[in-house]
Ligand binder design. Structure first.
Ligand SMILES: [Fe+2]
Ligand SMILES: [Fe+2]
Length: 139
């Protein structure tokens, strides 16, 4: 239970990173768009879990903390970059910039945000978050 949020989210990050790497290998092929749509929907689901199941359960006072604000503003930036990639005829450089931000973002979550939450939250709060994640993943 100690590192439960960190562990679950590291697993989910690995899964998304694998899809990202696969996508990167398709950058010059026709399959890129189709693969990108799948990646996009997986990433969106992941960010909804982070915002709705995790960060909102982290109490409202703490919800205003700089780390939480940073995460939410980076999610917005990532969504903006996704839209740019979708419009881009030749998305190599926009995809690279997006990938760099995404990797940096997930490293921050893995190393700072989630260990912080695991340290600050009670066993009961973590259990509550865990159940919410499970429920959202089934949807
Ligand atoms: Fe995130
Ligand atoms: Fe994440």
């Amino acid at each position: 239970m100690n590192q439960i949020i960190t562990n679950i989210m590291i697993e989910d990050h690995k899964r998304i990173e694998n899809i990202l790497m696969h996508l990167n290998s398709k950058i010059k092929s026709k399959e890129f768009r189709e693969n990108f749509n799948f990646f996009k929907s997986e990433l969106e689901k992941h960010m909804i879990i982070e915002e709705k199941s995790i960060l909102k359960t982290y109490n409202p006072e703490k919800y205003n903390q700089d780390v939480v604000k940073k995460i939410i503003s980076e999610h917005k930036e990532l969504i903006k970059m996704i839209k740019e990639i979708e419009k881009d005829q030749n998305p190599e450089s926009s995809f690279l910039a997006f990938s760099e931000l995404l990797i940096e973002h997930k490293d921050f979550e893995n190393n700072k945000l989630y260990p912080k939450l695991d340290k600050e939250l009670t066993k009961e709060q973590k259990e509550q978050i865990f159940q919410k994640i499970k429920k959202q993943k089934e949807m």
